[in-house]
Each structure stands twice: as C-alpha cells, then as structure tokens.
Design a protein around this ligand. Structure first.
Ligand code: MSP
Length: 593
C-alpha cells in the first residue's frame, strides 16, 4: 500500500485586468456593412454552467454564472441559426458530504433536500429566461451509469490505485487542503477551530484508505495542452494562474471516501465500501448530458465551453482535463472564468445574512432589467459589488432614458406622424464624407456615427468571443449615446414635413436613428430577450430578420436597397422600459429605515 502525503492545494486565483481585443474595423465600409462571422459557423458548440450545490437556495452569484452561459449561447444561436448547432446544459450537484451534512442539519432525507432545492434552481432559471436545452441532477440513474463507466475506464487504464490518504478535508468546499492553507479561528464556544485560510470554512482531519488517481502523471500533458491552446482559459490572467500552478508539484488525488463516512454518493464499481469523490462525480455531468458512454457523445465533445466561477478553476482546469486525458478523451475546448459578486463590499454568506435573493431582484427590476444589470456590471476579471441603488441608476440611465428615449424620439406621433420607416435621402447624406452642396445636411460627426455603427456587430462578436459581455454592452451603450447625440444635433422636432427640403432630411434623420435602433435591438437579444423582442416588433422587424448573419446596417448609405424603407412600424405597446426611481417606492422606504 502506498502512503500519500497531504495533497497540496493549488494556490488561489489572482484576478487582473484583461486586455481588449482589437476590433478589426469596418471591413465592409463602403460596400455594405454585414459582419463577417464565417469562422464561427463550422462547428457545433456545447455550453455548460457549473452544476449547483443544493445545500442552500440560489443567490445572485449562481444566477450570474447561468446568465453568462445563457448570453454566450444566445449570441451563438444568432450567429449560427439552427436548433442542432448548440447545446446548453445546467443542473444541480446533489451528492457529497456537504449535502449529506446539510440534510442531516435540516432533519430531512438527502433526496428530499435535493428535490426541494433543485426545483428552486429550475424555477429560477425558467423565470430568468435561461435558455438551457438540458438540466441534469447528479442523482439521476443516467448519471450513475456514466460516472461508473468513466471510473472503470480509468481503472482499466491503470490510473487508479488504493492508498492511505491523510490530511485536511473541507466539506463546505469539498476539497483537500495542505497544512499551509489551514488556519485557526475561535469557534462558537471560544476554542480554536481549524478552518480553510481561503474560505474560512471548517476543516477536519481525515485519515483513510481511498482510491487515488495518478494526477501527478498529467503535469506535462496539461502543460502541453495549455501551451498549444493559449485560448483554452479566458480571461488570460486565469490561464497564467493555471500554468503557474502546473509549475509546482502535482500530487496524486484521492478520488473516493469511505462509505461509512460518506454514504450520499455513487458507490465505487465493485467496491461498495467506497463512495466516489463528489468532484469526480460532478465533473462527469458534462459527459452524461451528451449521452456518454454511448458513442453519440462524440458529436459534442470536445467542442465544449465551460462557464465557471474562479473558485472552481482548479477543478475544471487541472483535475477535469487530467481525468479526461486519463480516460482517453480530449480536454475541453474553452473554459470561461468569472469572478464573484460581493454585497455592499462584503462576501455573500448565509451567516452574514446578506444573501441577495435573485427572484426578488427579477420582480423588482424585471427579468430584462436584472439580466442587463448583472451582465453589464459584472466583469469576469474582478469581483463586483452589488447594491440596489446601483441597479436603479444603471437601468434608468441606459434602458429607460437612453434607449427608451431614443425610440420615443423616432416614433412619437408628432415627429413620425405616418408611423413608418421613412426613406433615406442619399443627397442629404451622401456616402462620400466632405461633399458640399445645397442639399447636403450630414456633418462630420454623422459619418463618425455611421462608421461606429457599421463596426459595432463585429466588435460585439469579438467581445463575446473574448468573454467580455460587459464590454459588448458598453459598446452598444456608447453607440446609443452617440445616436441620441445625432438626433439632438439635428432636432427633428424643429423640421417640417410640409417643406420638401426639410422633409427629405427629416426622413433621413429618422431612418438613420431607426436603423441604429434596429442594430441595438438585434445585438441586445442575448442579454435582454424580451425587451429586444418588444423593440424589434415595434420597428416592424420580422422574426426572420433578427439574426446576426444578415445584420446589414444602413444599406441605403452603401447604395443597396433597404427592406425596411417605407414599411409600417409595428404597433405601439407602451414604454420600452419604465424608469425605476419613480416606480420603486420600496427603495425610498429602504433608505428611511
Ligand atoms: N457544485 C460545484 C460545481 C460543480 S461543476 C462540475 C459548485 N457549486 S456552487 O453552487 O457552489 O457554485 C456554482 C457556481 O456559482 C460557481 O461557478 C461559483 O463560482 C458561482 N458562485 C458562487 N458564489 C458566487 C458569487 N458570490 N458570485 C458569482 N458567482 C458565484 O461550486
């Protein structure tokens, strides 16, 4: 029997700033403005969220993980239409000591707790518009089959052996800790208790015979995989963190627990005295979803994008690829990592009583409002702070005032009495900047707007590829501001439809602004699907005209026909997004108390 020293925990992630991808500029400027995305059309893509622990109700951090995956997946679907091109999984992680203990504390059977909390996640995701195609629970029979098969493959390849494990174990984090990562803290009765240095969660000393995975054999293969795939882990600082971890010793990993200690899990095939380690169990969910061990799973693997929080990077970027390589499979295509939400400057925790309930937020700010807030303000490279006033301020200024205001300005009866997409006049706005003439009305800033708008879809696509959805939204928001500036500059309310010279220019101003709105709404679909639908319907854009592949901005400017010109706008359906500061009296109350 081999004796294993305490497994060394790989250091915690450092988060830094990510550099921006250069936008490739207006590729089609002058000859049309369609974006080139063709490189994205060739493969099937499978997006995953982490599967969520069911020891407690969902909070906004969980919703954020799911929203990032949802937005990436929705953007992809708009780029590559067709229901068979993308798959998107989420689910609940229901085994392990953490759940076993939570059920015992609650005085219920583990499966009862799992059923209850898993249903809460499913309901939240449905309400929040998470467009997943698959939901997995690790207590399902299909998952047990997949995990036990995966185990047998590792065993048959000589990668599992029995050994004595001795060291600290943190049940809350479900991980092993070396002595250097453990500290002492006064417990409830004043005595000193060992806790994890990073999470502050209690740890306990474990000494038992387990199955051990030969993780140490995979240090060099993992290094080679990462070096030849510099985009495998995004944002870049996390990629370097993992490479740094791999510079250190990579000890073998204990992958089972004594069943007498951990009964809530999947038994080791052929040895009921041991239960499979919950992280091995959980990670295999990504294969179960796509039908593993049936051969059909190969049509989705390894073109997978895992979206994960920074706290579970080591499990996804080291353990998982090593296990996959061990089982003769390829590591995941991409791992997108995000940081955490704090609340009023503090870590969210049940004990601090500051956990923000996402369902309350969806009620208060609307589904689209809250989705927009989390994705616009959440920056994957660093932690972000949540407080109510921040949500109200952002949504009022960007969705209600800027975007809603722009729509009003182009559709108000007084300015657009015919309720149509007016014609664009190439004499008032010639495609050549700098031309002078009695009927030329466009100014230098107007050409800057057209240029910014023409590059926006490609810029947004690049940001999505680089996992910078917040940057994509910032770019859209900046163009909304620029468009409002355009309308303000030309003050259509001062122009007169009765005067032929004014009318051509007035129509052109409205046409350009409506074209901008159409592009904004198309690009906002992955983040605010309902609001975008409302806006596109108001503009009279049909369901088949909403994809990214066909997103031509202002074709008339480039000498092409515009399918929208002269079309009736859709029916008026009220405010695009209501201002919250007027409608949310609860905030005022909250301030007073
Ligand atoms: N069950 C494991 C994952 C297994 S995946 C094979 C787990 N579950 S979790 O419920 O604790 O976390 C799920 C996700 O929520 C993780 O990506 C985690 O980073 C994320 N978040 C948990 N707290 C968070 C914040 N405060 N802010 C943002 N995301 C957070 O880990």
């Amino acid at each position: 029997m081999l004796r294993i020293s305490v497994l060394r925990l790989l250091g915690r992630t450092g988060a830094g700033r990510v550099s921006l991808l250069e936008s490739s500029g207006p590729r089609h400027y002058g000859s049309g403005s369609q974006c080139a995305y063709d490189d994205a059309r060739d493969t099937r893509t499978y997006f995953t969220t982490p599967i969520f622990y069911v020891n407690a109700a969902p909070h906004i951090g969980h919703l954020y993980s799911a929203l990032l995956a949802d937005a990436l997946c929705r953007h992809r679907r708009l780029r590559v239409p067709g229901t068979t091109a993308t798959r998107f999984s989420t689910g609940t992680d229901e085994h392990g000591l953490k759940i076993q203990q939570a059920a015992a504390t609650a005085g219920v059977a583990p499966i009862e707790l799992c059923d209850r909390v898993s249903a809460q996640f499913q309901q939240l995701f449905q309400e929040a518009g998470i467009s997943s195609t698959d939901f997995i629970r690790t207590t399902e029979a299909r998952h047990r089959v997949a995990v036990q098969h995966f185990w047998r493959v590792l065993k048959s390849r000589g990668l599992l052996y029995k050994g004595l494990y001795e060291g600290w174990y943190c049940a809350s984090d479900e991980c092993f800790l070396p002595e250097a990562k453990v500290t002492r803290q006064p417990g409830p009765s004043g005595d000193s208790c060992p806790v994890s240095l990073e999470s502050g969660h209690p740890v306990s000393w474990t000494k038992e015979e387990n199955y051990i995975f030969r993780l140490s054999q995979f240090r060099e293969p993992l290094q080679r995989w990462l070096r030849s795939n510099p985009q495998a882990i995004t944002p870049e600082p996390f990629y370097h963190t993992v490479l740094q971890w791999l510079e250190e010793e990579l000890p073998d990993l204990s992958v089972s627990r004594r069943s007498s200690h951990l009964h809530w899990g999947i038994p080791v095939p052929g040895d009921d005295s041991q239960t499979i380690y919950v992280w091995l169990d959980a990670l295999v969910n990504y294969l179960t979803i796509i039908g593993y061990p049936n051969v059909e799973f190969k049509s989705w693997w390894p073109t997978v994008s895992h979206i994960i929080g920074k706290d579970i990077l080591k499990f996804h970027a080291i353990y998982w690829p090593a296990l996959l390589l061990g089982a003769g499979l390829s590591p995941p295509h991409r791992i997108y990592v995000h940081s955490h939400w704090t609340v009023c400057g503090q870590k969210m925790s049940k004990s601090l009583g500051n956990v923000v309930d996402p369902r309350t937020c969806l009620d208060r700010y609307t589904v689209d409002g809250f989705r927009y807030f989390l994705l616009r303000q959440g920056v994957p490279s660093w932690d972000c702070d949540y407080y109510d006033e921040k949500v109200v301020k952002l949504l009022d200024s960007e969705l209600a005032d800027a975007l809603g205001g722009l729509l009003n300005r182009c559709t108000a009866k007084r300015i657009n009495p015919s309720g149509t997409y007016p014609a664009f006049c190439t004499t008032c706005f010639p495609s050549e900047p700098g031309l002078v003439g009695p009927s030329v009305r466009a100014q230098a800033e107007d050409y800057a707007l057209v240029s910014a708008m023409a590059t926006l879809p490609k810029q947004v696509a690049d940001y999505y590829d680089n996992f910078q959805i917040y940057k994509a939204l910032e770019a859209v928001s900046s163009c909304v501001r620029q468009t409002n500036g355009f309308v303000q500059r030309h003050a259509p309310w001062k122009l007169n439809w009765e005067s032929p010279a004014d009318a051509r220019w007035l129509g052109t101003v409205l046409h350009v602004a409506l074209e901008c709105l159409r592009v904004f709404a198309t690009l906002l679909q992955p983040v605010t699907p309902n609001l975008a639908d409302k806006l596109l319907s108001r503009l009279g854009v049909s369901a088949t005209e909403r994809g990214l592949g066909e997103l031509y901005f202002l074709p008339r400017f480039y000498g092409h026909p515009c399918p929208f010109e002269g079309r009736r706008l859709g029916p008026e359906t009220g405010l695009l997004f209501p201002r919250l500061d007027q409608s949310r009296a609860w905030l005022v109350k909250a301030h007073r108390t």
